[in-house]
Write a protein that binds this ligand. Structure first.
Ligand code: COA
Length: 331
C-alpha cells in the first residue's frame, strides 16, 4: 500500500544500570576465564540491574530521554510498545508501568515478545500505525533485566547476558521528508523454539517443584546450533533489506546488529563483505541485552558522533523463537 506517511526516528535514549560485572568478577564464581569469554564472545563486561530496578524502571529512563530529544511531551504519545522477555510481572504489561511512570495517559500501552529480535518487531508494528496515518507519536522501547533469568551457575549462558534499555520516539512524517524508516522485514520459525528457551511451564503447569528443581525458569540454550542459524538468518534478512531499498553496501553508513556474539557479527560481516569499521558494536561493554541491544547501539553511536543527519543504518536481529528481522533507517 502506498502511503503519504512514513515513520521517522525523532528521538533516542538509553539506560544501563550502574553496576558493572566484569569477566574477571565471573572468574571468581565460575570455571571460566576472561580470555575464554573475550575470544569466544567479544564481551568484557556487562551491567546488572540493582534490586530496585526492573525492565519498566530502565525503560522509563530511556523513554524519557527519547521524548526529551524528540521534544515530545508524554501526553502527546499515542502508543507505547515495550519489547521485553523479562517483564516486571506476568501481567499487567511492562508498558503499562512505563506509561504510569511517564504519565503518558493518552497512549495505548502493551508489550511484545520476540526476544532478541523484539526491537525490530516493535519498530515494524509502530511503522504500520504511523504509515496508516492513525497515530503521530509512538514510543518503541527495548528493555531487559536478563540477569533475573540467567542461571548464574551455567557458564555457557550467564556470561553472555546483561541488563539495560533503549528507546526511540517514532514520529509520523510525510513521505517527501528525507529521513525515515525505509523498511522493516520480520520473520519467525517456531520449529526452532527449542534452541533458546525459558522452559518453566508457568502457563502450562503453573509454578511447580520439578521446574524449580530443573532450573527451568532460567535460560537454556544450544549455543552452537544457535550460532550457525543466527549467522545465516541475519545475513539473508540484511541482504533482503538492502535489495528492497536498492542499496549497495557502499551506500550504507552503519550496520547496527543485535549484539549476541562478536563472532556472529563478524561472520555476518564477512558473508556480506561489510567493512568492520562501519559496524556499531557495544557488546564489549554491555553483553547481550536482548531487545535493548539495538536502541542502546543507536544512543551509544550517537553520543560517539558516529551517526550524522542523512546517514543510512541497516539493522539486523535474530533471537529466540526463532525470530529474525532487519530494518533500514535514514537519520
Ligand atoms: N568458560 C569456559 N569454557 C566454557 C564456557 C565458559 N564460559 N562456556 C562453555 N565452555 C566450554 C564448553 O563446556 C566446551 O567444553 P568441552 O569442549 O570440554 O565440552 C567448550 O567450552 C566449547 O563449547 P562450545 O559451546 O562449543 O563453545 P562455542 O565456541 O560454541 O561458544 C557460545 C559458546 C555460547 C559463546 C556460542 O555458541 C554462542 O555465542 N552461541 C550463540 C548464542 C547466542 O547468540 N544466543 C543468543 C542469540 S540471540
Amino acid at each position: 500500500m502506498n502511503s503519504i506517511f512514513k515513520a521517522a526516528v525523532a528521538g533516542t535514549g538509553a539506560y544501563v544500570p550502574e553496576k558493572v560485572l566484569t569477566n574477571k568478577d565471573l572468574e571468581k564464581s565460575l570455571d571460566t576465564s576472561d580470555e575464554w569469554i573475550t575470544t569466544r564472545t567479544g564481551i568484557k563486561e556487562r551491567r546488572i540491574a540493582a534490586d530496585n530496578e526492573s525492565a519498566s524502571t530502565m525503560a522509563a529512563v530511556a523513554a524519557r530521554q527519547a521524548l526529551e530529544s524528540a521534544e515530545v511531551s508524554p501526553d502527546e504519545v499515542d502508543m507505547i510498545i515495550v519489547c521485553t522477555s523479562t517483564p516486571d510481572v506476568l501481567f499487567p504489561s511492562t508498558a503499562c508501568f512505563v506509561q504510569k511512570e511517564l504519565q503518558a495517559f493518552n497512549s495505548a500501552a502493551y508489550d511484545i515478545s520476540a526476544v532478541c529480535s523484539g526491537f525490530v518487531f516493535g519498530l515494524s508494528i509502530a511503522e504500520q500505525y504511523l504509515k496508516a496515518g492513525r497515530y503521530e507519536n509512538i514510543l518503541v522501547i527495548g528493555s531487559e533485566a536478563n540477569s533475573r533469568i540467567v542461571d548464574w551457575s551455567d557458564r555457557s549462558t550467564c556470561i553472555l547476558f546483561g541488563d539495560g534499555a533503549g528507546a526511540v520516539l517514532l514520529k509520523r512524517v510525510e513521505q517527501k521528508e528525507s529521513i525515515g524508516v525505509l523498511s522493516t522485514h520480520i520473520y519467525s520459525d517456531g520449529s526452532l523454539s527449542d534452541l533458546i528457551v525459558v522452559p518453566g511451564a508457568i502457563g502450562k503447569a503453573g509454578v511447580n517443584k520439578k521446574d524449580i528443581d530443573d532450573k527451568n525458569y532460567f535460560i537454556k540454550m544450544s549455543g552452537n546450533a544457535t550460532f550457525k542459524v543466527a549467522v545465516k538468518r541475519m545475513s539473508n534478512v540484511i541482504l533482503e533489506a538492502l535489495e528492497y531499498n536498492n542499496l549497495k553496501i557502499d551506500d550504507v553508513d552503519h550496520l547496527i546488529p543485535h549484539q549476541a556474539n562478536q563472532r556472529i557479527v563478524s561472520a555476518v560481516a564477512e558473508k556480506l563483505n561489510f567493512p568492520e569499521e562501519k559496524i556499531i558494536m557495544t557488546i564489549q561493554k554491555y553483553g547481550n541485552t536482548s531487545a535493548a541491544s539495538i536502541p542502546i547501539g543507536f544512543e551509544d553511536a550517537k553520543r560517539a558522533g558516529k551517526i550524522k543527519p542523512g546517514d543510512i543504518s541497516v539493522l539486523g536481529v535474530v533471537g529466540a523463537g526463532l525470530t529474525w528481522g532487519s530494518a533500514v533507517i535514514k537519520w
